[in-house]
Write a protein that binds this ligand. Sequence first.
Ligand code: GAR
Length: 221
Amino acid sequence: MTHPPDAPRMAVLISGRGSNMVSLLRAAAQPGFPGRFVLALSNRPEAAGLAHAQEAGLAAEAVDHRVYADRAAFDAALDARLRAHAIDLVVLAGFMRVLTPGFVEAWSGRMLNIHPSLLPLFRGTHTHAQALAAGVRLHGCTVHFVVPELDAGPIVAQAAVPVRPDDDAETLAARVLAEEHRLYPAALALVASGRARLEDGRVVFAPEAGCAAGALHSLPV
Ligand code: GAR
């Protein structure tokens, strides 16, 4: 693996199957990717994704949320593991725990999430069912910087898919997931390279990244 010498050290946080994590690790293994994954963390020791991370040569660790008295104690343990690995950038990929404001503020501008909807529409869970119930004709996914408010935060990139008349939540989810796997590595590359960064609560793009960001917004479906 060859990465720029100053490539940020990245951690991916998961809770389950980890398909986004796999696509991120694959992209980041390409020569020249502007960040280096060194750690996979799960709040569930049984998460299938941890084995994939280990195979890929990362440190794979579980911080089981069930053994901590409250959210603050769990987040403190998470923070300690991230700092032990000298992490620069935290990448939430299907990490299904609400994080405390203190933790989020500590990693402000250095923590990304992917959400399976075109935010600010359809926060929370069951986003595909929500989209079908609302009758939208376009649905998709969003990569955003994490802020204390749940499923909110300055948007780095989005990808849209059409909603088909015969879609159910499952078929729609599959179409969105394919876009997630394309969008997240591209958005992460923008942030890891510093071409997209958080400034005064907004995402600022480097001039040459404007085109890249625009291309992400209009990915073919
Ligand atoms: C993905 O669809 C991701 O967008 C979603 O969980 C799934 C995880 O799948 N995340 C959220 O809903 C966060 N609010 P994966 O484990 O296969 O990557």
